[in-house]
Structures are given as C-alpha cells and as structure tokens.
Design a protein around this ligand. Structure first.
Ligand SMILES: Cc1cc2nc3c(=O)[nH]c(=O)nc-3n(C[C@H](O)[C@H](O)[C@H](O)COP(=O)(O)OP(=O)(O)OC[C@H]3O[C@@H](n4cnc5c(N)ncnc54)[C@H](O)[C@@H]3O)c2cc1C
Length: 384
C-alpha cells in the first residue's frame, strides 16, 4: 500500500528539532551567517541532540544502521532555523560514512567518535583550479613512499577548508589518467605542508569555504579510504544520499521564508486591505507552497528508494538540481512580498537567499545532475 507517513519516532524527532530550530537557531542566524567562522557552539548542540550520528555505527556513538530518511528530516527541520548550521548532519554523514565503511581501523577510531560528538569537523576535497565538474581531470598526486604517500597539489572551493581537522582528499597515482588511479585519503589537516586559505563568498560564510594546498605532505598507509585507485567509484554512492538531503536543506529554509511571507501578507495593509486579499500577492505564495511540497516529496522519494535498496542515483540527481532552484525562487518571492523590508538586512530573507544560492553549485551544478539523469535514461551516449 502506498504511504507518505513517517514513523511515529521520526515525527517526534522532527518535532523536537523544529522546536530547537525555532527556539535556539532562529534568534542568532544572521549574526552567525555574517561571520566566516564555524559555530562549534551550535554544532555541539546538534551532537547533543543526536543529529551528527544518524545512520553511523553505534560503537562510535551513532544510531546504527544507515537511516537516510531521518537524516533528511533532520536537515529540513534544522534549516528552518539556520540553513548553515543545518548542513552539519549532511557533511558529517558524507565524511563519516565513507570513513566508517572504507577507512582503516586506526583512522576510523581516531576521527569517527570526534566527528559524531561534534568536537571536530571534516572537509571533502575534490575540486581543483583545473575543474570541479570533471572530477577525472584532477591533478593532485599521491606519490608512494616506503610507509605511505607524499601528497602534492591544490584544492579550491572546499567547505570547511579553514575549520576542518581532517579532510578526505582525492588524489591520483602519478601518471594515471581519467577515473583510474584516483584514491581517497583521510588527511590530518594540521600536518606539516598543509596550507589553508579563506575564500570570501556571497553566502554560507560559517561553512569556512576556501583552498587547501599540499606541499609533499606525508600521509601514512592507514590514511587510505576505500580501495587504492578506485576512490572515485567508492565516493559516488555516498553522494546519492547527500544530494536529496541538501535539497531538503534548501527547502527547509525556503519553507521558513514562505511561512514568514504568508504571515506578513495577513498583517500588512495596502489600499485599505491586507495584502493577502490581493490575489497578485496570495497566488504566487500558493504557487511556491505547491512547488516546495512537490520538491520535498521528490527528495523523500529518493531517500526512501535508497532506504529500501532500490536504484536511486537518478532520483538523487533530480533532488539536487531542482529543489535548490525551487527554494531560491520561493525565497525571492518572499522578499518581494515584504517589499523594501524584504531586501533589508533587518530580515533574514536576503541572507537565506545568498546561503541557499551556494547549493546551485556545491555538490555538483544543475548541469552535472542533469547529465547524470540523462545518462540513466539514455546511457553513455548522453555523457559526452
Ligand atoms: C559554496 C560551495 C561549496 C563547495 N564545497 C565543496 C567541497 O566541500 N568540496 C569540493 O570538492 N568542492 C566544493 N565545491 C566546489 C563545487 O563542487 C564545484 O564548484 C562544482 O562541482 C563545479 O565545478 P567548477 O566550479 O570547477 O565549475 P566547472 O566544472 O568549470 O563548470 C562551470 C559550468 O559549466 C557547466 N558544465 C561543465 N561541464 C558540463 C557538462 N558536461 N554538461 C553540462 N554543463 C557542464 C557546469 O554546470 C557549470 O555551470 C563547492 C562550491 C561551492 C560554491
């Protein structure tokens, strides 16, 4: 039988997180968002709520079995209060799941409990100056030495470049080409030879975006995550849960904006009537509410298909290209509903707009997601 119901446990968790988002995150969202500084205070609150261990092994402090739907629910509920803070379960989930299922024991023991406890954050470093969409073109090299590798190269546009303690760094064997020869390494970012730079951006400042360069950084044998030379294939399956979760992240922030605009439309008067009385105001809000609802269920469909073991790569890609656009457009409509106030920094709307815009690009642009969907539909002929 078809059902759109979440379990009673999931509903209760969602209620608890939404309450937390409204009481604890909303009041200081703009102050946090204005600074390129990661908020460990809010992050540790998430850890205390159990949000950072969703679907991760119990022995390290997680909830146990993979649980993509609950991860999506948590992300959406938290984004209602602060879209930047809400990215944490996705980022931790993405790194920690790769470590948990592909890392060597010493490295997993060293980082997983600390990631789940909210003591440290982690980065994923794929993008380079030579390109981000075409991952197979990456140039960073890992040169084998007797008891490990020497890492040399440059990564740009990396979330948590200036705040992460550890990074999953993708690098290739010297002389290898394309997807072959790319491996993933867990790198202590305080190692000798690692240099970090901050890159100013139009939003998402607390996610500490920037560059990482590696100058013959020694990484021991244990650093390898997954199979040698097959790091890219290993990573891809994890992006299939992070993409719908990021879609829901954008939609949570957009829902807050539409709710605020609807409330304003009942209070603000023009021409002697509340704005809500004008269909020119109320119908666009009704339309955006519809798009948000449709996009939400696309994301949950993707997470549910993953949860139940079905093929979901194309749904994950759909959930990453469309929902951020739906969310951005809804926030824009909310800004217009508020008139001059919507554009001012007195309200959180302009900030949400800039923060959500980061997901038009981060974790793969719409163009790249559509390429994935087209390939699922038409095979490799569509991937040229
Ligand atoms: C806020 C933010 C956070 C990020 N965080 C991280 C991170 O933590 N780790 C990380 O590794 N990277 C991160 N990135 C980088 C991001 O993944 C890349 O920017 C993205 O993949 C695009 O790569 P690029 O910028 O090199 O653009 P390019 O690859 O140069 O692409 C430029 C344009 O061409 C289009 N294009 C390219 N090839 C095709 C094609 N075959 N078909 C259709 N269109 C195409 C793209 O869609 C895009 O519009 C982040 C980016 C942002 C903005």
């Amino acid at each position: 039988m078809l059902s759109f119901a979440f379990s009673a446990e999931q509903e209760e968790f969602r209620r608890q997180l939404r309450k937390f988002a409204e009481a604890e995150l909303v009041p200081h969202y703009r102050q946090r968002a204005a600074r390129a500084e990661f908020s460990f205070e809010a992050h540790r609150q998430l850890a205390a709520l159990g949000v950072l261990g969703i679907g991760l092994p119990e022995e390290y402090g997680g909830t146990g079995e993979p649980d993509p739907i609950t991860l999506g629910l948590a992300t959406e509920a938290l984004a209602y209060g602060d879209v930047n803070v809400a990215a944490a379960p996705v980022q931790v989930g993405l790194v920690a799941s790769q470590l948990a299922w592909g890392g060597r024991k010493a490295v997993v023991d060293a980082w997983l409990p600390r990631l789940i406890a909210g003591e440290v954050v982690a980065a994923i470093a794929v993008t380079e100056p030579s390109g981000g969409s075409d991952v197979a073109a990456l140039r960073t090299e890992a040169r084998k030495v007797s008891d490990g590798w020497l890492l040399a190269g440059e990564k740009i546009a990396i979330t948590h470049a200036t705040s992460a303690a550890v990074g999953l760094v993708y690098a290739r064997e010297p002389g290898s080409k394309g997807h072959d020869g790319i491996s993933c390494f867990a790198v202590d970012l305080d190692s000798d030879g690692v240099h970090r730079t901050h890159t100013p951006g139009m939003g998402a400042l607390p996610l500490c975006w920037g560059g990482l360069s590696f100058e013959d950084v020694f990484i021991p044998e244990d650093s390898l995550v997954g199979e040698l030379g097959r790091g890219f294939a290993g990573a891809m399956s994890h992006f299939d849960f992070s993409r719908p979760a990021l879609g829901l992240l954008c939609l949570g922030a957009a829902q807050a904006s539409i709710d605020e605009a609807a409330d304003w439309a009942t209070k603000r008067e023009a021409f002697g009537r509340p704005l809500a009385a004008f269909q020119g105001v109320s119908f666009p809000l009704a339309e955006h509410a519809t798009y948000l609802e449709a996009a939400r269920w696309l994301c949950y469909r993707s997470l549910w298909t993953r949860d139940t073991g079905g093929r979901h790569t194309q749904y994950a890609a759909m959930s990453k290209w469309w929902p951020p656009i739906v969310a951005k457009d809804a926030i824009e409509a909310a800004i217009v509903t508020f008139g001059n106030l919507g554009y001012s920094t007195e309200l959180p709307l302009q900030q949400r707009y800039r923060d959500v815009a980061s997901y038009l690009i981060a974790d793969g642009t719409a163009g790249i997601q559509k390429r994935i969907i087209a390939t699922a539909m038409m095979g490799r002929a569509a991937a040229q």
